[in-house]
Design a protein around this ligand. Sequence first.
Ligand code: NDP
Length: 296
Amino acid sequence: MSAKVIDGKALSRTIREKLAGLVEKLKQQHQITPGLAVVLVGDDPASEIYVRNKARQTVEVGMQSFEHKLLPTVSQKELLDLIARLNADPAVHGILVQLPLPGHISDKQVIESIAPAKDVDGFHPENVGRVASGEGGIVPCTPMGSMMLIRDALGDIAGMNAVVVGRSNIVGKPMAQLLLAQNCTVTVAHSRTRDIPALARTADILVAAVGRPEMIKGDWVKPGACVIDVGINRVLNVGGEGYRVVGDVDYREVAEVAACVTPVPGGVGPMTIACLLANTYLATLAIHGISSDATF
Ligand code: NDP
């Protein structure tokens, strides 16, 4: 079997085009321009590229982008003061603080200081609780994008067995909740799970969010399954020259067994940014009390 490649680049482009139209309409009908503030602490080159990408795509869909680059030595108080200003700024509808933060700053306190209505990453406990209990809330971008890819590939997934490998707060756990909300039977595996290959073989939908390069092998996958690879891992090239990016799935092997699989890069990654923009648009509507039937 040769799997269908799930094209996250193409779907993310479709979402961004749809968003550009919705943002234009919002500007014309309500004179409101959604604004996304991204805060980057330190000078990690990978984070800088990611933040630059986000800013470019924000502007491309017609939103305002506010970038705040802070020195790695910034104090927690200075960062919290900036977030308080962004919370109060009517031009800002979404706030994203690039994680991880330097060791002297508490990720938890920073996340909790973001106004839940502007928490477009969906990490604030209020949003986590709402999503978990099915009461709305802002859905974290990576699981949201992964779910869009699954729905686009499979349609109705009610009754399917889903296995999520990884239980982080930002990917694994919310992913499991979204699959449960779509009436899948969900199992979450982690570093203490016994016999993950056997468990993975029960999955109609297998989501890998582990951070271990090419861990999921072809013989871990049920023939005909849908495999979503969230992983982004930089590995040294054979021969030791330069790096390449691989997922948590051994793509070559898994593509022989699965019915469909996301590539890395070009799968979940582009969907994460598209969902961040969708969340910023939805946050703008909610903040201004504008109802809409826009879905993503
Ligand atoms: P974390 O490190 O926070 O969590 C990893 C999870 O995998 C943990 O629950 C851990 O289990 C589990 N795990 C680790 N090793 C094993 C193992 N050998 N067997 C079984 N389970 C294991 O990672 P994230 O959730 O933040 O990210 C996961 C991957 O997704 C990374 O590659 C990351 O780069 C990528 N990512 C991609 C994004 C995108 O936009 N595409 C966005 C965010 C992340 P335990 O809890 O027991 O320790």
